[in-house]
Design a protein around this ligand. Structure first.
Ligand SMILES: [Zn+2]
Ligand SMILES: [Zn+2]
Length: 119
């Protein structure tokens, strides 16, 4: 891996014991990677106490389609029904029933309103 002429040792190499973030099984072949962007626009005013705890990843998954959802549900995140799981996901602050703050992941590629459901 090389960025702007600087060689960066790659810690993650293909086929060397990478485990899926969903099922935790060893990934054979090229993993599917998902990165989570920082929260950019929110309706809720950001504060330092509510700083995003999100690790941007990339998170790596095996080929099974249910694994990204497993990973999201382990984090208590919601998933947008208008969205597909893509390599770049955007976190969206949402208000859960009862008034608690939650987080939904969406690819941000649709024009319609988000439809968040528990992952
Ligand atoms: Zn998996
Ligand atoms: Zn959405």
């Amino acid at each position: 891996m090389e960025i702007m002429g600087i060689k960066i040792p790659t810690i993650i190499t293909e086929n060397s014991g990478i485990r899926c973030e969903g099922c935790r099984e060893q990934i054979t072949g090229t993993p599917f990677r998902v990165s989570v962007l920082d929260i950019i626009a929110t309706e809720v005013a950001p504060s330092f106490e509510q700083a995003s705890p999100i690790n941007p990843g990339p998170f790596q998954f095996c080929k099974k389609p249910e694994c990204p959802a497993l990973w999201m549900s382990r984090n208590s995140w919601y998933t947008c029904q208008q969205s597909e799981v893509r390599e770049i996901m955007r976190p969206v602050p949402i208000q859960l029933p009862g008034g608690a703050n939650g987080l939904g992941l969406c690819d941000g590629l649709h024009q319609s309103a988000h439809e968040f459901i528990p992952a």
